[in-house]
Design a protein around this ligand. Sequence first.
Ligand code: GLC
Length: 430
Amino acid sequence: MPGDLSSELDRRAREILSANDRGGYTVPNGRVYPFQWNWDSAFVALGFATFDKDRAWREIETLFEGQWEDGFVPHIIFWKDDPGYFPGPSVWGTQRTPRTSGITQPPVAASVVRSLWEDEGDPSFRPRLELLFPKLMAWHHWFHTFRDPIGKGVVVAMHPWETGRDNSPEWDAPALAIDTSQVGHYQRQDTGHLDPSMRPTKLEYDRYVALVQFGSRVGWDHARISAENPFRVADVGMTMILLRANRDLLALAEALGSQAEAAEVRGWIALAEAGVGWLWNEEVGAYCSRDVITGRSSGYVTSASFLGFYAGLRTEARDARTLAHLERFGRSTRYLMPSLDPDEGGFDAIRYWRGPVWAVVNYMIGTGLAEAGLTVWADRVRDDTRRLIETAGFYEAFSPVTAQGTGGGDFSWTAAIWLHWLSERSASSG
Ligand code: GLC
C-alpha cells in the first residue's frame, strides 16, 4: 500500500476517534449508537493506545464505572440522554446510576487490558492495572455464575444483542420461543438513520424488545434470567472470547502475583477446555452455537466458528475441518471473513450479521490464526480487512462480495482496528 494512503487513513482514523470521544468514553457512531457500548469501548482503547495511552486506559476505566455490585458489566451505559436510539434507559428500567442496559456483551476487556499493559511496558500504569484487575475478575466471575447455567464453561447468551452478533441466523430457531404478542407499539430509531435493508427485520426487533421487557419484569434478577429467560443460547463467539480473555486474565494475575485469583482463573480455563466440545457440530464440521432449551445446534458456520484459534484451542481433526470451511469461504467471496457462510441460502452480503465482514471479528480471527502459525490465512484475513477499509472507508461493516460499506460510517471500532492492526505503522511494529 502506498505510504501516503496509509498515513492519510491513520490521520482519518484518529480524527474519527477524537470526534466520537465524549470525554472519557467513545460512542461507536454519533448518530446510530450515541452511548457507550461495552465491547466497542474495549476495541476502541486499542486504537487510542497508538497515540494517547492515558486515554486508552481511561476508556476501560469509564466502562467499569458502569459495573454493578454483582460484577455484571452492561452492554450500554447511557451517560447522557439522546432520543436518537431505541430502547433507551426508561425501557430497560434497570434503576441504576449511571443508567445502563441489563444485558452484557462479549468480554474482550481483559484481553485489551493485557495488551495495553504488555505492549506499553510502562510501569507507571501499574496502579491503574491494579485497580482494574479485581473488576475484571468480578466480571468474569459473574459470567461463570450467571451465564453458564449448565456448568460447562460455555457462555449462554440471554439476548441476541448480548452476543454482539445481533441478527445472526444462529438465533432464528431459538427465538421462535419468544412471545412477541404483548410487545405493544414502539418506534425504532435505527431504520430512520440507515437503509432498512442493512438492518434487522421488524420481527427480529419485536423479539429484542420482548426480551428487554422480560428482563425488566423480573427486575434484572440475573439468577432468574439465567433459569427462566425464554432465549438461552450457548454462543460460540462469547464462549471463545471468554476462554481467550481468561487466558489473558491469568497472565495479568501472574504479573500482579495474585496467586488465589490465578488458581481460580485456571479452573475456569480447564472447565471451558473440557466443555467447549459441546459446541462442536461433527456433522457440519464446525463450532456452532447451541440452544440450551432444546439442545439443538444451530448448524450454521459463521465468522464466530473461526474463533477457536483465538481461544487457544488446537485439535488436529477439528482444525482441519474448520480450515476447509475457511478455504471454501475464501473461494466463494472476495473478502474474508463473511459473518455467515456465503453458500447458505440466507446469506445476505449487506444485512448486518447475515453476511457482512466486521473488522473487529477479523482482528480476533487473524490474531488467532497467526498465533496458531497459520500465517498464510492470517495474512489473507488481515490484507482483506485492510483493502476493505482502503476501498470503502471506516464503515461499521462491509460486503464480502463488493467491499461496499454497510451500516454507519465513521465507525469508532473500525478506526481503532485500523490503527492497532492494519496501518503500516502497526504492521512494522509487528
Ligand atoms: C450493533 C452490533 C454490536 C455493537 C453495537 C454498537 O448492535 O451488532 O456488536 O456493539 O452495534 O456498535
